[in-house]
Design a protein around this ligand. Sequence first.
Ligand code: GLN
Length: 286
Amino acid sequence: MKAASILQTGIEKLAQAGIENPRLDARLLLEHATKLSQAEILRDQDLAISEANIKTFFNLIKKRSQHIPLAYLTKHKEFFGYDFMVSKSVLIPRPETEILVEWTRELLQNINGKKDKIKIADIGTGSGAIIISLALTLNNNDKYELIATDLSKKALFIAEKNAAKHNVKIKFYNCDLAKILPNDLDMVISNPPYLSEAELENCQLEIKFEPELALNGGIDGLSVYRNLLYQLKVKMNRDGQILLECAPSQTKEIIKIAKKVWPLCGTEIRPDLAGLDRCLRISNLC
Ligand code: GLN
């Protein structure tokens, strides 16, 4: 069978199943199944595809038709311009989370001259996308001690593989949030689970394939922020800063929790590209 007709059949099957971008997804799955690049497939529409690859492709199309996220089928996701390996044990990195990386980089420029060593921890690292992207874009790597934690050993396995693939040095800890981390952290970054149980129940079908541990923020979606901020009370340097991703509806409540932990703390909110409040910075931790 020829590439063009296989691709067309795949597109039709995905469209019938209500997949949002059937053309793009079918193309990426064909590339994945055949290990051919887009250019190779496009160059020769008459390209013959082997029986084995056709079988793999339609198998993937079947899975995608059940709304299994594309990234879990190709086992890759791009984040901050880098390629990350993903498995069903990790949340698929989202574009809005790139704000956390950008903001951290900006803040680091301000403290760079003031400290010899800067300790940065990514809590609930999942695939490691945040801390690894940060590591890849920092210039003087010796200046930073990069730490990442996750409660899930399976997630840490993926994060460690990603760190090795990108050749960056990060200390990984398997623990509940920041529990076993040192108490002199300069910067904490986290995209914790923040969907409420009701939101999780009603979320898109695709999200239901992602690990509940990475999404479920308890009854009101805030329980992980509560635990994290109370743990961080004794873990942060006084001039330290915390950057959190959150749902737009949650920022006020998280600020209330932060003020209980550090009554004098300062807070700042940043919107995502859709203009929704997505990230929160907590500083002045005394
Ligand atoms: N942004 C994710 C979503 O809405 C949730 C991620 C999280 O809970 N940290 O699907």
